[in-house]
Design a binder for this molecule. Structure first.
Ligand SMILES: NC(=O)c1ccc[n+]([C@@H]2O[C@H](COP(=O)([O-])OP(=O)(O)OC[C@H]3O[C@@H](n4cnc5c(N)ncnc54)[C@H](O)[C@@H]3O)[C@@H](O)[C@H]2O)c1
Ligand SMILES: [Zn+2]
Length: 430
């Protein structure tokens, strides 16, 4: 149940974040901001849904007054795959050279821009940089160009993290590229851009915020790892005092504004502003602490999708969106981790739902708070509701166990039987 005590415990944690500009109207200043980096030719990366809102073209147009030539590429795939990233990289290479990138969109557009930036400034191909064992796990040898990330969803926090997530189609696995050089140079968070975020996207992406905050808050504490040498340090240190602070703030904002943003997001600018801030705060927390079981389980839930089509996402392909796939096993995962830090689980539940009734068994409090929220914002009722049944559990467990980098952040030891039990009890949540 408890983790072994290391012979030489870690004494150091790190904190990284991009420069950041927040507030309604912040996206009107990107031309000026880029001119400060001395750039002349910029590629704006987005997806077709976000392009239709007009925001990416508007951002590109206002660069002209600073003598910056900007082109919009709207070919980011909603939840990028190796193929979609390779197409974006091929376009950027053929139409380049570029001396900066701007991503306007959700995590899909931001991650696509990260990959394009990496592969237009460094030698080799995508697979060279994808995490081992799926890819070769190489580090970039050259610095990357400036990347300005402008989120239009309230979810991933990708504007402040060092990772790019992708679906490797042939292997049916989701994995990533992770290196500090991938972190955007500047994050521009303009809540006005999120007013058009559809309700279904707001619900799923919001559960991503919630799980980033909860998983990093309950992650293994940084001193419980073995001491690393300088060259062994990774962006994810485990929970630590600075990441905790961001996660707690994010949970407080979710408590007041999540339901409102889903239910009347077009008119409730205050709720949108809170959600944009919550996403960024949670990104600064988990981007330094790490995430664990719900995210590890999300990869096979999304990667092995059968025929599920979520409301408000592009209808052409079946998908379980990232935030939804993370949420589906969260109540059970936090029931499982409760014993590792009961006080943190209770505190998180109090932050998320200050008025919730306290059950006799406090281990039930956080799972209940999460399930009540999911029901209110119309998320599917468990893993069964997105098309899986008992027979799928071995495949799902196999997929989760491949995410050892994430499971290493779990606050208690976790094996295949534990994960199978979590999936089984997550078939239906209420
Ligand atoms: N890099 C990271 O740190 C990180 C962290 C978590 C998740 N991710 C990845 O991010 C992706 C998910 O990103 P996401 O949840 O932000 O959503 P998304 O980028 O996939 O967008 C979802 C849908 O919403 C639409 N949309 C987005 N903003 C809109 C707006 N303002 N108005 C109208 N439509 C809008 C898009 O066109 C798309 O159809 C996944 O691939 C996930 O794995 C990355
Ligand atoms: Zn996430």
């Amino acid at each position: 149940m408890t983790l072994p005590t290391p012979d030489t415990p870690e004494t150091v944690f790190t904190y990284g974040a991009p420069h950041l500009k927040y507030g309604p109207g912040a996206s009107d200043e990107i031309g000026f901001d880029l001119s400060q980096y001395g750039v002349h030719r910029v590629l704006v990366v987005t997806d077709p849904g976000v392009a239709a809102t007009g925001h990416p073209q508007r951002v590109a147009d206002q660069m002209k007054q600073f003598d910056i030539e900007a082109h919009v590429f709207d070919g980011a795939h909603v939840e990028p795959s190796d193929e979609s990233l390779e197409r974006a990289i091929a376009y950027a290479r053929s139409a380049g050279p570029w001396d900066a990138f701007v991503a306007v969109g959700g995590g899909s557009s931001i991650d696509t821009a990260k990959a394009v930036n990496l592969l237009t400034t460094n030698p080799g191909e995508l697979g060279d940089y994808v995490n081992a064992p799926v890819g070769k796990g190489r580090s970039p040898v050259n610095p990357l160009n400036p990347l300005v990330a402008v989120p239009t969803t309230t979810g991933t926090g990708a504007e402040s993290t060092t990772i790019c997530v992708l679906d490797v189609l042939a292997l049916k696995v989701k994995t990533g590229i992770s290196h500090f050089r991938l972190r955007p140079t500047l994050a521009v968070i303009d809540p006005d851009l999120t007013l058009t975020q559809p309700s279904g996207v707001t619900a799923s992406a919001g559960m991503d915020i919630l799980c980033h905050a909860l998983e990093s808050y309950t992650a293994r504490w940084y001193t419980t790892y073995d001491h690393k040498r300088a060259e062994q340090r990774v962006p994810y240190c485990g929970s630590n005092p600075i990441a905790d602070m961001w996660s707690e703030k994010a949970m407080g904002l979710l408590a007041t504004s999540f339901r409102r943003a889903v239910q009347r997001g077009e008119e409730d600018g205050e709720a949108r502003a809170d959600m944009a801030m919550a996403a960024t705060f949670a990104g600064m927390g988990f981007g330094n602490a790490g995430v664990h079981i719900p995210h590890a389980n999300a990869y096979p839930i999304a990667g092995r999708v059968k025929g599920f089509h979520p409301k408000d996402y592009p209808p052409d392909e079946p998908m379980v969106p990232h935030g939804m796939s993370v949420a589906l096993t969260a109540p059970e995962a936090f029931r499982f981790t409760f014993g590792a830090s009961p006080e943190r689980h209770v505190r998180a539940a109090e932050l998320l739902a200050p008025d919730a009734d306290r059950p006799d068994d406090l281990a039930e409090l956080l799972p209940r708070v999460i399930a009540d929220l999911m029901r209110d914002i119309d998320l599917p009722n468990g893993v069964g509701a997105v098309g899986y049944d008992e027979g799928d559990i071995p495949g799902l467990v196999e997929g989760t166990m491949k995410q050892q980098r994430l499971l290493a952040t779990c606050p208690r030891p976790v094996d295949e039987d534990d994960i199978a039990g979590i999936f089984r009890r997550s078939m239906e949540l209420w």
